[in-house]
Design a protein. Structure first.
Length: 277
């Protein structure tokens, strides 16, 4: 039976290892110029070019009076979705470090250390999630340009939601990395997951809340409505919209619940597979 001092020592080792792995992932991101450039150029491309380009079409004419499909401009509508996009790309692609560490032997060295598999995985996931939240914060710098008025309460609420989303998506990235053996294969497969997940999440177009469910299925193809409503990212982005611009198409509690459950389930799956490495 271990003494209290031994247990305390082992706990300190786990915490120190967790911090070291987290810091390593964060430092790695600052050395990756491609990831940093993508994190900066992506929101500029979407907010400045796409947002401005489609803004005039995000409205309809009713008896000569201009009304918006939702009570916001397209720039405002898409702004929270671009935050989610930056988090999505960064979270999933940060998991490539699992393949990198496996290829160059670092993972083998860590696995024979006193650190548990759970601590190793948690350190990598928290590191990737932290970097993803940082990239999400880069988009927040464009809030004034998108005519989104931020307060400290809005920012804090958004940071909480961004952290939950980043943790779940980084865990998803690790699940993908556990099944892919090459960098090229990971890039192709991750994009095959990222793009459909994002574009079918009501991120770039709204399901008009003024329509009933039956009317929505007439306006949009039924299969598209089903995909959007079953896509977990739909509710995450909707929660971000509620926090930043005060607009929700669904119950805002759904987004928090789905992100929380998804994070726990995906991390559990990643840990189960990671223990078999």
């Amino acid at each position: 039976m271990r003494s209290p001092g031994t247990k305390r020592s082992m706990l300190m080792i786990q915490f120190a290892g967790l911090y070291g792995l987290w810091l390593r992932e964060v430092k790695r991101s600052f050395r990756d110029r491609g990831q940093l450039i993508g994190g900066i150029s992506r929101p500029i491309l979407w907010v400045v070019i796409l947002g401005i380009g489609l803004n005039p079409y995000f409205r309809g004419e009713v008896f000569g009076k201009v009304t918006f499909v939702v009570p916001f401009t397209y720039l405002q509508f898409i702004f929270p979705a671009v935050i989610a996009l930056n988090i999505l790309f960064t979270s999933v692609q940060s998991a490539v470090s699992v393949i990198w560490d496996r290829e160059f032997g670092f993972l083998r060295e860590v696995l024979v250390s006193p650190l548990s598999r759970g601590t190793i995985l948690l350190g990598k996931v928290l590191g990737g999630a932290t970097v993803a939240v940082m990239h999400g914060c880069l988009v927040l710098l464009l809030a004034k340009f998108a005519d989104v008025n931020l307060t400290w309460m809005k920012v804090l609420e958004a940071l909480g939601l961004m952290s939950m989303l980043a943790f779940a998506l980084t865990s998803l990235g690790v699940v993908i990395a556990n099944h892919i053996r090459s960098f090229q294969g990971f890039g192709i497969f991750s994009n095959a997951v990222i793009l459909p997940l994002y574009f079918t999440s009501s991120s770039v177009f709204p399901l008009d809340p003024a329509l009933s469910q039956a009317q929505t299925r007439v306006v949009y193809p039924e299969w598209l409505v089903i995909v959007v409503e079953w896509n977990p990212l739909t509710y995450a982005i909707d929660s971000l919209r509620g926090a930043l611009i005060g607009f929700n198409q669904f119950d805002p509690r759904l987004g928090i619940l789905i992100m929380g459950v998804s994070g726990v389930v995906l991390f559990a799956v990643a840990l189960f597979e990671f223990r078999r490495v």
